[in-house]
Design a protein around this ligand. Structure first.
Ligand SMILES: *Cc1c(COP(=O)(O)O)cnc(C)c1O
Length: 386
């Protein structure tokens, strides 16, 4: 029996080292990485500016504690705010933790500004917000909650993109926040309707409800924009980040407008590791790279190259979804089987819900590697159809 708990169904392969869009086994077998650790290593493996920042910081000091000032954490927060919206940042260590903090902020807002009258959190069916108790409660999927019920009673679920259901859920005037993704990543890269998103923004303004955008997967350049909301021309009140924020070091962040962020006073929330010097050094290197002139433009271009190739070459029963290099493909096959077959052909991809798989190459992949991966994917899908 393994000494590891059995909560993962892992593919039978392991990697010893990587470079750019490629991962290698101990026997130097090469795999093209269109998984990026589930949109974490968005700048590829062994990306020099990040490797250098991490090694030089590790040699100075890895951890001090939020008992003390951490200049790199402040620099990182400034960079995030400068490139998103006016507000403040709290750092933690994962996507679930960032959503936990967002939920706590929403509760604090309801309890102070609305004197406890607003406390419900609306989230969407088929969403994914994490595996901790509160974030699992916001994740309206039976397969995630099975065996762990009852869920927190303050959650209310509505069908994604359903404006009528949204209006009905507001009838009691007891909602403090609406939490949603722009593309439901785990759910199969299901895109939000722009009309629905605009209506969420409108009702949030009208009723002083907080709009929480979970950008854990859509953030950090994946869509061709630094943050996904920038593609839609609206702003959230709270945005949660993680996955690619430090290109593989564990980190999460909550960005909130000041009317919300100011509620986190000393003693209300915290994290031992959150924003420590090592993770902050990596994250500063990441955001500096992604905000360089031309970087996001090139993600958009690569996204189009990938989309056009897939549209032209995939069998017509496949559907292509997403934006930029956040690509989902719905196929007639089980997502796990598609990922397994791609693995055999030395291409790593990510299974998702809704009979879909995700193609998440690093954002700085070369056009050659991008097309090579796309070609392996198409060949694999055609093989499955034989
Ligand atoms: C991955 C993910 C999470 C959870 O992040 P963890 O770091 O695994 O806790 C939450 N929300 C979204 C949208 C995600 O993609």
């Amino acid at each position: 029996m393994s000494s590891l708990m059995g909560n993962y169904g892992r593919f039978k392969v392991s990697f010893a080292y990587g470079n750019g869009a490629k991962l290698y086994t101990e026997n130097n077998e090469e795999y093209l990485d269109f998984a990026s650790g589930i949109s974490v290593t968005n700048l590829g493996h062994n990306f020099k500016p990040v490797t250098d920042a991490v090694s030089s910081q590790a040699a100075k000091v890895i951890h001090t504690s939020n008992l003390y000032e951490i200049p790199l954490q402040e620099e990182l927060a400034d960079l995030i705010i400068k490139n998103s919206f006016k507000g403040q940042v709290f750092f933690c260590n994962s996507g679930a933790e960032s959503n936990e903090a967002a939920i706590k902020l929403a509760r604090l807002y309801g309890n102070t500004v609305h004197h406890g009258k607003k406390y419900k959190i609306i989230s969407m069916y088929n969403s994914f917000h994490g595996r901790t108790y509160a974030t699992m409660g916001a994740t309206a999927q039976e397969k995630i909650q099975k065996g762990f019920t009852p869920m927190p009673a303050y959650n209310q679920y509505i069908p994604f993109n359903n404006i009528d259901a949204l209006h009905q859920a507001l009838a009691l005037n007891d909602v403090c926040a609406i939490m949603l993704e722009l593309f439901q990543g785990e759910g199969g890269v299901m895109p939000i309707d722009v009309e629905f998103l605009k209506e969420v923004r409108r009702v949030c303004d009208e009723h002083d409800i907080l709009m929480i955008l979970d950008e854990v997967q859509t953030g950090y350049g994946r869509t061709g924009f630094l943050f996904g909301y920038q593609l839609f021309g609206i702003e959230p009140d709270i945005m949660t980040l993680s996955k690619s924020i430090a290109n593989g070091l564990p980190m999460g962040a909550v960005v909130a407008k000041e009317k919300v962020s100011s509620l986190f006073t000393p003693g209300t929330h915290g994290s031992t590791f959150g924003g420590n010097p090592l993770a902050s050094a990596a994250a500063c290197a990441v955001i500096k790279e992604m905000t360089k002139e031309g970087f996001l433009q090139s993600v958009k271009e690569k996204g189009n190259i990938l989309k056009e190739y897939l549209e032209k070459n995939l069998p017509k029963e496949c559907t292509i979804k997403g934006a930029g290099l956040l690509r989902g493909v719905k196929t007639p096959y089980q997502p796990k089987d598609v990922a397994e077959a791609c693995l055999k052909n030395h291409l790593l991809i990510v299974p998702a819900g809704n009979n879909s798989v995700r193609l998440y190459p690093p954002l700085n992949i070369s056009n050659d590697d991008l097309l090579k991966g796309a070609e392996i994917f198409v060949t694999t899908i055609k093989e499955l159809g034989k």
